[in-house]
Design a protein around this ligand. Structure first.
Ligand code: ZN
Length: 450
């Protein structure tokens, strides 16, 4: 394939960023926040329908009972209502007020129970007595409620009417995909889970951010093809891998799972299983220049769907990008992970980080210095900006010297940016300038190895 890219003044990252301030990402996250999601069922489809207004999605439905590797597609869960009512008819817990109140994927129940019996089915967090926990029971059949510990403690000795009007029946698991065709068949995978109810950061943020990114990508010409996958956690990613094992999964060269990208913490990057993939270098470079509070973690087989993408049978080059690391913030998996925890400005920062990473993926390449004997005389060509105390001019001058020195056909722009300790965009801009003045020649090559 040909090397398109470094000529032209605007970059993919700039084009993706233009006009995005985070408010539209936040608005979409707010829109899908109230939908009660689970790993199957109407909530996933409703969420995908909302995202589908922003970008074009192809839906795949896999019937219950279908084996996927060591797993089986579960039944569809439908929840209509759920509440606990005391003998006086007062509702102490009502699903209508918060989808977290019902144990996600709970079996149905309709019973009158004494307090001692009811308590066995109630989940709380004693250390966070005002918050409702988010709990699931996908693979163990049980019924249950979640509530604030303070309220739980205040329950009096009486009988309670317990209703979970839910159904578990054969149906489908649904996932959605966006695809943008680039010059190459090789793909960049971006993936977010779509199964958490009532979790703004740990779900809605990633879905909303990737939807807007996909919509922008669809209007650009890119070197890579881009695939965005919205699938229920674990079982959805497994279903996608099983359906694409001999197809798209083989074309993925670089990838990221996104979750918790709307809070003010981090940023955090967890490396791929291989730990030295191109995407690892890209994300470390971008985050180190983006923030002094960056955390880079080595791979561990715990977290989000990178666990499946990085399982040894696939071993894809997929890392995890987050702001606060999952499990590390007190709001995680509670009712406090709500729309107050995420903000447009944080979503915009995360979006910008992603665009910068895509810019590197799209524009990295190697060049040849056409005047490698000694330094070419930049001043004579009007390239050596007078220093005059302008730090930007000094940066550009230094970046040009780095690019000329390292462009021996062996080093890529990212190699140079890393060695110079300079943001990729500054190095790439210097390369464009030198190329325009005939001092540098882009080498035709495929995109960087993963
Ligand atoms: Zn979660």
């Amino acid at each position: 394939m040909t090397h398109m890219s470094v000529s032209g003044d605007s970059t993919i990252g700039d084009a993706l960023l233009a006009g995005i301030d985070g408010s539209e990402i936040y608005a979409l996250a707010s829109q899908i926040f109230p939908i009660c999601r689970s790993i199957t069922g109407e909530g996933v489809r409703k969420t995908l329908a909302n995202l589908g207004r922003i970008l074009t999605l192809r839906l795949t439905e896999i019937p219950s009972g279908t084996p996927v590797f060591d797993w089986t597609i579960p039944r569809e869960w439908t929840i209509r209502q759920a509440y606990i009512e005391d003998d006086a008819g007062r509702r102490v817990v009502d699903f209508r007020n918060n989808p977290l109140h019902v144990l996600n994927y709970s079996l149905p129940i309709r019973a009158r129970l004494p307090l001692a019996e009811l308590k066995k089915h109630i989940h709380t967090i004693a250390a966070q007595p005002t918050l409702i926990p988010y709990r699931t029971s996908y693979y163990a059949e049980q019924w249950g409620f979640c509530m604030a510990h303070a309220l739980f403690e205040a329950l009096h000795e009486t009988h309670y009417n317990v209703v979970i009007d839910a159904a578990l029946a054969d149906g489908h698991l649904t996932y959605g995909e966006f695809f943008h065709r680039g010059a190459s068949d090789n793909e960049v995978l971006l993936s977010a889970h779509i199964c958490h109810p009532g979790q703004a950061n740990d779900n809605c943020s990633g879905l909303a951010l990737l939807s807007h990114l996909g919509a922008r990508l669809s209007r650009q010409r890119t070197r890579y093809s881009y695939r965005i996958v919205f699938a229920p956690g674990t079982i959805g990613a497994l279903a996608w891998l099983a359906s694409n094992e001999t197809g798209a999964a083989r074309r993925i060269k670089h990838g990221l799972v996104l979750s918790c990208v709307g809070d003010s913490g981090g940023p955090t990057y967890k490396k791929t299983r291989r730990g030295n993939c191109f995407i690892d270098r890209v994300m470390v470079h971008v985050l180190m220049h983006a923030s002094k509070t960056t955390t880079v973690l080595d791979f561990s087989p715990f977290g989000y769907d990178e666990r499946q993408y990085c399982s040894p049978g696939f071993d894809l080059a997929v890392g995890l990008f987050q702001r606060s690391r999952f499990g590390s913030f007190p709001e995680y998996h509670t009712s406090a992970d709500n729309l107050d925890l995420i903000g447009p400005e944080h979503l915009a920062t995360s979006y910008r980080i992603l665009c910068t990473a895509i810019d590197i993926i799209e524009n990295d390449g190697r060049f040849l210095n056409l005047m490698p004997k000694g330094e070419p005389q930049l001043g004579r060509r009007g390239l050596y900006a007078s220093l005059g105390g302008d730090p930007k001019a000094a940066d550009t001058n230094l970046a040009m010297l780095w690019v000329l020195n390292m462009s021996d056909a062996k080093h890529s722009l990212l190699d140079i940016a890393e060695r110079a300790g300079t943001p990729f965009s500054t190095i790439a801009e210097a390369a464009r300038l030198l190329e325009r003045h005939g001092l540098l020649q882009a080498l035709p090559e495929a995109e960087p190895a993963n």
